[in-house]
Design a protein around this ligand. Structure first.
Ligand SMILES: [Zn+2]
Ligand SMILES: [Zn+2]
Length: 290
């Protein structure tokens, strides 16, 4: 008797057939018939199936594969260089950009006025993700972004990937505010943990965006988070939760595939809702603090 499972590309379809190579469920639309059995499009081994899959990835990433990841790295590095050019020290923890973009609830600004989230400067929830405390912090985050973000961009396409990055960045800020409301937090790691969280959910849904290594990467990164002093634990966990929720929203909580489905209004709106909830959590935390 065949066990009934769901098509990994169409989770709303039940099927009794699975790929003879990887064992994942495949619906009639996704079955590729070969001399040695029925296989999924990823393992069909036929030029037609493989070429089709490649074509789809190429179409999704457009003419410039990895463009969003490259642009994000460019912006992060560019902002750090601007801070140095503006006279900030190598740790980049002072100056106009830092004062106006870092994440904190309330501080005395250079003009003597109070500044921060408590004074309506909500853009800090996102802008803090583009600042770093020096070249090591910046370099580690950009390496992680290249390793984890670059493959995910291919799978998700530039729009869903960029939105997910922004939502996870905001969720990371909300997490940082919950864990340590008096801290001054900067860095892309919340957003990067969000991408990792999304990869874990996708791999749980049998779409192996990081070749099946997402959980291992998470364990290594969480070990770092808790072992190295001065790392924003709340920011990392907030980003991780935000990214996982964002991809669940994109897949309409498992009803469709976040990768193989078309981009539609409902899933994009659900993704945005995760960002709005993150802002609401931050708002609630700031109001409770002041
Ligand atoms: Zn397969
Ligand atoms: Zn299918």
């Amino acid at each position: 008797m065949a066990e009934l499972q769901r098509c990994y590309r169409h989770p709303d379809r039940e099927t009794g057939v699975s790929c003879s190579d990887c064992g994942r469920g495949i619906c009639p639309d996704c079955m590729v018939f070969g001399p040695v059995g029925i296989r999924c499009p990823d393992h069909s081994g036929q030029l037609r199936g493989a070429a089709k899959a490649m074509q789809r990835v190429q179409r999704r990433s457009g003419r410039n594969p990895g463009l969003v990841t490259k642009a994000l790295i460019g912006v992060n590095v560019g902002i750090y260089l601007l801070q140095l050019a503006g006279g900030a020290s190598v740790n980049a923890n002072s100056g106009w950009i830092f004062e106006h973009a870092a994440l904190f609830i309330e501080r005395i600004g250079s003009s003597g006025d109070l500044v921060g989230l408590a004074h309506g400067e909500w853009w800090r929830l996102l802008t803090a993700a583009f600042l770093h405390y020096g070249p090591i912090h910046l370099g580690m985050n950009m390496l992680a972004l290249w390793w984890i973000g670059r493959p995910l961009e291919d799978w998700l396409g530039p729009l869903r990937y960029l939105l997910l990055y922004a939502v996870a960045g905001i969720a990371g800020s909300a997490g940082a505010l919950i864990a340590n409301p008096t801290a001054v937090t900067v860095g892309a790691s919340g957003a990067i943990f969000g991408i990792l969280g999304a990869a874990i959910v996708l791999e749980r849904q049998q779409t192996y965006v990081l070749g099946g290594s997402a959980i291992t990467l998470l364990v290594v990164n969480l070990a770092f988070t808790f072992a190295v002093p001065g790392i924003s634990i709340g920011g990392h966990l907030g980003g991780l939760a935000g990214g996982a929720l964002a991809i669940l929203a994109l897949s309409q909580f498992g009803k469709r595939s976040a990768v193989y489905s078309r981009i539609d209004l409902v899933s994009i709106a659900s993704l945005m809702a995760v960002g709005i909830v993150s802002v609401a959590v931050a708002y609630w935390k700031v109001r409770g603090y002041t």
